[in-house]
Write a protein that binds this ligand. Structure first.
Ligand code: HEC
Ligand code: HEC
Length: 343
């Protein structure tokens, strides 16, 4: 472990020397991102950023103790190798096989999010974990009960004492530790990133270059580089699923102008995060691209950006698809810091 971590730091440091990486200063563990990225939304001054707290968050994230019947962990629905999402199901599955109403979101570059969930119903990452813990279709537990369970575990007593000198286990500290872990999920080493940074041996093929151009022309106003989201809510013209009747952002604001608007999701690691859209209706990126070229539904709230039909030839669609695959970041998907904590 120590060696791996040392090696990782060495790689990051050498990258930092060559290309300029930002770190959040005066903190004990490094939160790094490329210096040409925007400043994170998350206010790090309140996070302690110690290795011990990160470790506690990591153990909690992988522990089914957070669910009522101790069967489901955060990682059950957010699996690292698939960009911290769940690929087996279109709608998420919680305890006792209960089916939720939406597809799990991929967890990536969370420190830049201005809101959370497909409808932006949660506005702060520190409160975010409360939603799945208490949702009847997900973990169906109460925070008070989680705290009781953690208190009766020797391992958690020891882990919490390493973070807090009084060793007290509280709900707020539990949520903060989960935040500390999840907020570190930064992905910036895809082929696309290396191409942008002009790192040697990572030039784009002519197909990838063409795909990037098509992407910038038709997709980037919403899926804006470098995070591949503009953090806005948009209606991208999906046909309403009349079983789910999910009107997205409207449920939060009650404003008819928000009807059918959903958060623009990041497209990082999109090759691995299927199925796609808030209800997981598309199994492949080909289907997604066909949606944008031929299936966009007109409606009162359809984004102006999609009112004019996008026309792409068969070759252009393939180039776009090939470009989307350059957003895969294997270093992130297999980063040992984020994997199951063997003890
Ligand atoms: C049963 C499956 C399930 C479990 C368990 C689960 N999640 Fe989620 N998660 C989801 C779904 C589905 C969404 C999207 C929900 C929505 O938009 O309504 C989501 C969304 C999120 C988001 C918002 C991401 C964004 O970009 O807006 C975060 C953060 C998150 N989950 C973290 C966690 C943490 C931490 C845990 C453990 C405490 C957890 N999840 C447990 C299914 C799950
Ligand atoms: C008007 C803004 C807008 C434009 C333009 C746009 N998208 Fe999207 N995209 C969205 C929104 C909003 C969603 C989520 C919709 C939902 O699930 O209801 C989305 C979802 C996606 C998803 C699924 C992501 C996931 O995690 O499930 C992919 C892939 C995608 N878009 C690719 C593209 C491509 C490729 C283009 C260009 C051809 C494009 N988008 C243009 C707004 C946009």
């Amino acid at each position: 472990m120590v060696n791996e971590r040392g090696l990782h730091t060495a790689i990051i440091l050498s990258l930092a020397l060559c290309f300029g990486f930002m770190t959040v200063k005066n903190k004990k563990i490094l939160f790094e991102y490329p210096d040409y990225w925007p400043v994170p939304q998350y206010d790090f001054s309140k996070l302690t950023m110690t290795q011990e707290e990160f470790n506690l968050g990591r153990v909690l994230f992988y522990d089914p103790i957070l669910s009522k019947d101790n069967s489901i962990s955060c990682a059950s629905c957010h699996t690292q190798a698939t960009g911290f999402t769940h690929i087996d199901h279109d709608l998420s599955h919680g305890i006792k096989g209960r089916i939720g109403k939406r597809n799990a979101l991929s967890l990536v570059n969370m420190a830049w999010n201005t809101s959370f969930m497909w409808d932006g119903g949660v506005n702060h990452i520190e409160l975010q974990a409360l939603a799945p813990i208490t949702d009847a279709n997900e973990m169906d537990e109460t925070l008070a009960n989680v705290v009781e369970k953690l208190k009766s575990s020797e391992n958690y007593n020891s882990l919490f004492s390493k973070v807090h000198s009084d060793g007290e286990i509280t709900g707020q500290r539990t949520l903060l530790a989960l935040t500390q872990f999840v907020v570190m999920f930064n992905s910036y080493n895809s082929k696309y990133d290396k191409y942008i940074r002009k790192e040697l041996e990572n030039t784009f093929t002519s197909q990838e270059k063409n795909g990037l151009q098509i992407f910038r022309q038709h997709c980037a106003t919403c899926h804006t580089e470098p995070l591949f989201t503009n953090n806005q809510f948009e209606n991208n013209g999906l046909k309403v699923d009349t079983t789910l009747n999910d009107y997205g952002r409207y449920f939060i604001t009650n404003n008819p102008k928000d009807s059918l608007k959903f958060k623009v999701p990041s497209l990082r690691n999109i090759q691995f995060t299927k199925p796609y859209m808030h209800d997981g209706r598309y199994e492949s990126l080909q289907e997604v691209i066909n949606h944008y070229t031929s299936e966009v539904q007109p409606s009162q709230t359809l984004s102006k950006k999609l009112e004019k039909r996008i026309v792409l030839t068969h070759e252009e669609k393939i180039d776009l698809l090939v470009f989307l695959r350059t957003l895969s970041d294997e270093e992130f998907l297999f980063d040992k810091r984020f994997s199951f904590p063997f003890q």
